[in-house]
Write a protein that binds this ligand. Structure first.
Ligand SMILES: Cc1cc2nc3c(=O)[nH]c(=O)nc-3n(C[C@H](O)[C@H](O)[C@H](O)COP(=O)(O)O)c2cc1C
Ligand SMILES: *[C@@H]1O[C@H](CO)[C@@H](O)[C@H](O)[C@H]1NC(C)=O
Ligand SMILES: *[C@@H]1O[C@H](CO)[C@@H](O)[C@H](O)[C@H]1NC(C)=O
Ligand SMILES: *[C@@H]1O[C@H](CO)[C@@H](O)[C@H](O)[C@H]1NC(C)=O
Length: 564
């Protein structure tokens, strides 16, 4: 642990008993200074508690409506700083926040978006054949155990991603493992995939479905659960809320070697078997050594296999509609080869989309440029872990553009033969292909796309209309209708055309979600314009509080009106 962090950790222990002067034992002179410091601190704690208590009382007397409305600024200006003060450790604050939301929800007192601002449909987006009421989502790590799915939807999110969830319960890295950089509204985390395990989380999700079934008058038994999951209640089986989707992220056990493809496949499959029933979308966290990189030629194939094992497992899910499958890729894997290798694996495996972005191992320059970080934050930059914060936005945006273009270029099939299905149906496909043909593929794919790269930078970004009509080709809406399997829908074969700028796709356009540094409505719009369907936020909520999603959507509407 970094010394500065240890100091901080020590400073939090507030439990030094406070004694009146007469009760104080003799203190050795060298310890007096520290006692004085303790006094000062306990005075500070008293003041803090007083301020906090008073504020809370005031807040409550503002009235239930105000306090439980996500648009009330109290959440940002009072609750966030109060949590930070009371819980100096970022992880403790997070647990407390989750607990509070959960408790409030059980009393119907959770903060929520009022007035149904999305009803007008002005922010609606099409995703996997569903119309999402809005394109703002939360991302993985915020609700790892699926504890607060319903209240997070009630904050206004169109999509909630829970997880990551591992096959077995595991601790993750030793604490502290989350650090705040308040001057930057940023975080560094090295949780290391702490998880309650797939079984426990699946039980929790199942309970949620059964409760829903009960309130829908369907009973509370297995048959009631089946009805809800098969769409008989008219809601998506994961989110259980019309116009919203639940994504569940899965990962491997810590003890499973990344090199052991078969073992990793077993882990993913185990997670899918337990969890996929309760998900609209399964997200796979892909392991680094399996990410195509400089060794792209060796690694496209294992990645394809891994992803394909998830696609296959999801097809067997005992539910009328199957979950869509997405893969989450790191922003640090952004070279041309990595992007094209990953896209190739996406096409070959039959995965439905990519979540572009994540935390970064890099340490961005502070904002504003030239700003000197306070010393304690500068020290924290040395902590290992993934960095998240507003600085990441431009990288996320450019990565979305790269992926949009690479995915719209379609599968790299040589030679393009119209008789061959464009989407390899299933099965590890290219295992016995001679290296030379793979080399040819990569080379063929590379030069044209680079040419477009430079051309594209001079063009306005490809615009994705919020209403689906203008979305490029053939997302076959019939295939994807609520009653049809999402992931298994057979795309209409479109003969590949070669000249590049017009996207050539074989089957439904691959879906992109974006995450990383998105903090406001203008940025969310830019992300959508670059070709993503959903903008996910996490760190912005940690600093902005429960009103963040409502605010971002409101800003998106203002942007739209400005440009009208
Ligand atoms: C504390 C913390 C835990 C996270 N846990 C996960 C995780 O389990 N799986 C994952 O794919 N991403 C995880 N992330 C990454 C976020 O989902 C998100 O992609 C990233 O923070 C960038 O978005 P942001 O700038 O909006 O925070 C985590 C991020 C943070 C800050
Ligand atoms: C990891 O998950 C698998 C499921 O694939 C489980 O059966 C196995 O016991 C776990 N491995 C270890 C070492 O705990
Ligand atoms: C998740 O993916 C990242 C990046 O590829 C990798 O470093 C990590 O080991 C993966 N973790 C799990 C648990 O799958
Ligand atoms: C995403 O970020 C989390 C948290 O920083 C990290 O544990 C995980 O390995 C990352 N996954 C990928 C695919 O990069």
């Amino acid at each position: 642990m970094h010394p500065a962090v240890r100091m901080r950790a020590l400073r939090i222990r507030p439990s030094v008993p406070r004694l009146r002067p007469s009760q104080r034992p003799f203190v050795h002179p060298t310890r007096q200074a520290s006692t004085a410091a303790t006094d000062a601190r306990s005075a500070a704690t008293r003041t803090k508690n007083f301020v906090y208590g008073t504020a809370l009382t005031l807040a409550l007397s503002f009235g239930y409506l105000y306090v439980t409305d996500t648009r009330s600024s109290i959440h940002e200006w009072l609750v966030v700083p109060a949590l930070r003060q009371v819980y100096p450790d970022a992880e403790d604050a997070h647990h407390a926040g989750t607990k509070i939301v959960k408790a409030l929800h059980s009393f119907g007192l959770n903060p929520r978006e009022r007035g149904d601002p999305d009803a007008a449909g002005d922010l609606a987006v099409e995703v996997f054949g569903h119309t999402l009421v809005n394109p703002i989502g939360t991302s993985a790590g915020m609700d790892k155990g699926a504890d607060i799915v319903t209240p997070v939807f009630e904050l206004g999110a169109g999509l909630v991603e829970v997880g990551a969830i591992t096959p077995l319960a595991q601790e993750g890295n030793p604490k502290p493992r989350v650090f705040r950089l308040p001057s930057q509204n940023a975080l560094i985390n090295r949780y290391g995939f702490n998880s309650e395990g797939a079984e426990t989380v699946a039980m929790r999700l199942r309970h949620r479905v059964r409760q829903f079934a009960y309130h829908a008058g369907l009973g509370i038994d297995e048959e009631a659960e089946r009805k809800v999951l098969d769409g008989e209640a008219g809601v998506p089986p994961g989110s259980l809320v019309p116009g919203r989707l639940l994504a569940v992220q899965i990962a491997k056990n810590k003890t499973t070697s990344e090199q052991d493809i078969e073992a990793v496949k077993r882990d993913y499959t185990a997670c899918v078997n337990k969890l996929a029933k309760y998900a609209d979308i399964i997200v796979v966290n892909v392991s680094s050594p399996n990410t195509p990189g400089l060794r792209a030629l060796q690694n496209v194939e294992p990645l394809t296999q891994l992803l394909n094992s998830v696609v296959q497992a999801a097809k067997k899910v005992d539910r009328k509609t199957k979950p869509a499958i997405m893969v989450k890729v790191s922003p640090d894997e952004d070279s041309e080869e990595q992007v094209s290798g990953i896209c190739e694996a996406v096409w070959d495996s039959g995965v439905d989309g990519v979540i572009v972005g994540n935390t970064t191992k890099k340490r961005p320059d502070p904002l504003p440029k030239g700003y000197l970080l306070p010393q304690d934050e500068a020290n924290l930059l040395l902590e290992q872990g993934g960095y998240s914060g507003p600085q990441m936005f431009e990288r996320t945006l450019s990565l979305v553009r790269k992926y949009r273009k690479a995915l719209d270029d379609g599968p790299k099939q040589l030679p393009p033969s119209p008789s061959k299905p464009d989407v390899p149906s299933v099965g590890p496909s290219t295992g016995d292909e001679p290296d030379s043909s793979i080399v040819a593929k990569l080379q063929a794919s590379k030069s044209p796309s680079e040419a477009i790269d430079s051309a594209a930078s001079k063009l306005p970004p490809a615009s994705v209309e919020l209403h689906s009509e203008a979305s490029p080709p053939p997302t076959n809406v019939d295939d994807l209708s609520a009653s049809a399997p999402i992931a298994t829908s057979k795309p209409a074969a479109v003969p590949p055309r070669n000249p590049a700028p017009a996207p050539v796709t074989a089957g439904p356009r691959k879906v992109i979600f974006a995450t990383g540094g998105i903090t406001n409505g203008r940025q969310a719009r830019e992300i959508l314009d670059a070709g993503a369907s959903v903008a996910q936020v996490y760190t912005a909520i940690i600093y902005g509080g429960v009103g963040t999603i409502s605010r971002i959507k409101e800003e998106m509407r203002e942007e739209a009106n400005k440009n009208r």
